[in-house]
Design a protein around this ligand. Structure first.
Ligand code: GZL
Length: 328
């Protein structure tokens, strides 16, 4: 019998012993000695939440382009911003017996059952972009941003921009999503240090330009020129607010200052036009890191529970110079 066959059988035997609680659990890498898989050997599933924003489009493009570049068999499904469709997509990927499932949970809760189904099927889950409120042993790693810090940075930037005095309206992201929850909390954490900064209204614009415009129109009708600043949880809602402010006869970026999150190209264009005052970067280009993580997980290598994205803060003064370098 070939040595590689013996090694494979040993690895399976060791794995069985480990799951039965017998013997000491060897290092994961040892379990896979001699059966290291390559990208050509695997099938990777991704249950994307939707196509609601510039950010999401760039995130999807990064995942698809990277799979094509690495010649990986990618099973990609779009849940059209509905959690029930995203759960259904995960179930389909389980039935297709993919090697790893990646997903950006549209909201934080409601994942216990389907994640348990994936675990029972022996298919590891990698959270990409958004976290889920599940036990840490229900997923193998989270690849994404520190949304709390993004919220804190937005408040720091706004406090400086407004000299510590502002009547703020807030356009919140998708209700119960990790980025909306944390950007909401992080912003307030820093605002405590600025008694002159007051949030006079806060409502969800669901991360879309259309809803952002509608909510901003409501704010303007209720509060008018009392509003001196807008905190938008993403650039798409900020752009909607810009249109609403202009239609209300005020100058966005001048009469009402605006700070948003994502740092998409559209935000740089708005800053160049003098209509947006800062954007906090949230990096969607997670494809390369996702597939690298997935292959490590498949090969039993240990991976960090959280792989944070590297991010910056951008302002109008050098937006024109930076815009050509932006990939999303
Ligand atoms: C954040 C991501 C958010 C973006 C929005 O990581 O989940 O969802 O900030 C997108 O633009 O809709």
């Amino acid at each position: 019998m070939k040595i590689s066959r013996i090694l494979s059988l040993c690895a399976v035997l060791l794995m069985l012993l480990e799951t039965q609680g017998c013997g000491s659990a060897p290092e994961p890498a040892m379990l896979n000695a001699g059966i290291q898989k390559t990208y050509a050997d695997v099938i990777i599933g991704f249950a994307q939440l939707g196509a609601e924003s510039e950010w999401r489009a760039a995130n999807t493009q990064s995942i698809k382009e990277t799979a094509e570049l690495l010649e990986i068999e990618l099973r990609f499904m779009d849940a059209q911003q509905k959690q029930e469709k995203q759960i259904e997509a995960v179930r389909k990927l389980i039935i297709q017996k993919v090697d790893v499932i990646g997903l950006s949970p549209i909201v934080e809760t409601g994942w216990d059952e389907v994640f348990q189904e994936a675990k029972d099927a022996g298919i590891p889950i990698i959270l990409v972009d958004r976290r889920a409120a599940v036990a840490e042993d229900m997923y193998v790693a989270y690849l994404g941003s520190d949304f709390l810090e993004e919220g804190r940075n937005a408040a720091r930037v706004m406090a400086q921009l407004m000299n510590g005095q502002a009547k703020i309206v807030e356009l919140v992201g998708t209700i119960n999503s990790a980025p909306a929850n944390d950007r909401y909390e992080g912003f307030r954490e820093v605002l405590k240090d600025y008694p002159g900064m007051e949030i006079i209204a806060s409502e969800s614009g669901d991360f879309t330009r259309a809803r952002g415009k509608e909510v901003m129109e409501t704010f303007l009708n209720e509060h008018g020129s009392t509003i001196t600043a807008v905190y938008a949880h993403n650039d798409d809602m900020a752009l909607g607010a810009i249109t609403a402010i202009e239609e209300h006869g005020l100058k966005p970026g001048v009469d009402i200052k605006i700070v948003s999150v994502d740092a998409a190209r559209v935000a740089f264009e708005a800053m160049i036009a003098g209509k947006l005052n800062a954007t906090i970067e949230c990096n969607p280009l997670l494809g390369p890191q996702f597939f690298e993580l997935a292959l490590k997980v498949i090969n039993g290598e240990s991976v960090p529970k959280w792989v944070p994205s590297e991010e910056s803060i951008f302002f109008p003064d050098n937006a024109a110079e930076i815009l050509p370098t932006r990939k999303y």
